[in-house]
Design a protein around this ligand. Structure first.
Ligand code: PMV
Length: 329
């Protein structure tokens, strides 16, 4: 009863920020993301009679406390669906820094949902896998699919209509680039989960965030389908700034930006003024992601790499989560 899965992380173009149900991880708003080809998690899950408790190993270190608690909900769901009581050993490895705003929880929980369900003998479809991943971490619902993906927020209180669907596959827009800049790979102080709760509760502008979401979803969805780069980039950049505005204006205030974050933002604005089209987006962390097209990729990378202290990785749209044969243990 062992299986291994590989899932890629994703970066949202229209962000998910705020839950309507914290237990089931139901979002206040729908979101759209791009799955990244270069960043992924590999996870092996084994159910065994020999285990007395569930075990979690992350990047070769045994985890306790909150990290371990985090996998309990999806594991419980898998056991329920498969009708088993066995405990599980979960081993997971990321090929990139954990918890630095590069969506390690997205790829992590998607890989775990796929590996655990397979190890338990289940054959879940994409919708069921997306729901199972969502219970672990909201953004993970999107990492089950490749290319460009929309997580529909759903209306039902049981969450059965809150899952991700593909907008376009990974071959649809081969020119699109998402350049991740790592300005810091330190673990962030406030995780997105706590940040969201604090924002929904205390930000006076949270309603305004929700009021413009539909417009952003339509623009980005249409832009992806018709490959309208300016529309996608412009809308995604503003959407991310609106999300950060709600974080900054909640109590206590959450500011993820660091000096290097500002340097990158200003560089992107300068490049645009010089006719090199690129846009930025940021998640719950200091790292900036830069959207551009293939014809400008080299120029943008050259300028970004002139900033001391940052690392860049240029990504294309990546594939869906899949089962692989090479186990981690
Ligand atoms: O599901 P989480 O806890 O990884 O939250 C993700 C939140 C953002 O990255 C800020 C936005 C998003 O849609 O990915």
């Amino acid at each position: 009863m062992k299986a291994t899965a590989k899932a890629h992380s994703n970066i949202a173009l229209v962000k998910y920020w705020g839950k309507r149900n914290e237990h089931l991880m139901l979002p206040q708003n729908s979101s759209i993301s791009m799955t990244l080809d270069k960043f992924y998690t590999i996870t092996t899950v084994k159910f065994s009679e020999r285990l007395k408790e569930d075990e979690l190993w992350l990047n070769k270190k045994k985890q306790e406390g909150k990290e371990l608690e985090g996998i309990e909900k999806p594991l419980k769901k898998v056991r329920e669906l498969a009708g088993i009581k066995l405990k599980a050993k979960v081993m997971s490895e990321n090929n990139f820094p954990t918890a630095a705003g590069l969506a390690s929880s997205a790829s992590g929980f998607a890989a775990m949902a796929l590996a655990a369900s397979k190890a338990a003998g289940l054959n879940l479809d994409k919708k069921e896998l997306s729901i199972l991943s969502r219970i672990g971490s909201g953004s993970a619902s999107r990492s089950i699919l490749g290319g460009f993906v929309e997580w529909k927020k759903g209306e039902k209180s049981n969450g059965l209509d809150s899952f991700a669907v593909q907008v376009a596959d990974e071959n649809h827009w081969p020119e699109f680039r998402m350049i991740t800049t790592i300005v810091s790979s330190k673990k962030k102080k406030i995780k997105s989960r706590a940040g969201m709760t604090q924002t929904v509760k205390n930000c006076p502008y949270y309603r305004a965030w929700l009021d413009t979401i539909e417009e952003d979803l339509n623009a980005v969805g249409r832009g992806i389908k018709n490959k309208k780069f300016s529309l996608v980039g412009r809308t995604a950049e503003l959407n991310s700034l609106k999300m950060h505005a709600t974080m900054m204006t909640t109590t206590p205030s959450i500011i993820y930006w660091q000096p290097l974050t500002m340097k990158v933002i200003h560089l992107i604005q300068d490049l645009r003024e010089r006719g090199i089209e690129c846009y930025f987006t940021m998640d719950a962390g200091p790292n900036v992601k830069v959207m551009t097209l293939k014809n400008n990729e080299k120029k943008v990378l050259k300028e970004l790499n002139k900033i001391k202290g940052i690392k860049t990785v240029s990504c294309k749209a990546g594939p869906a989560a899949k089962i692989i044969n090479k186990h981690l243990f």
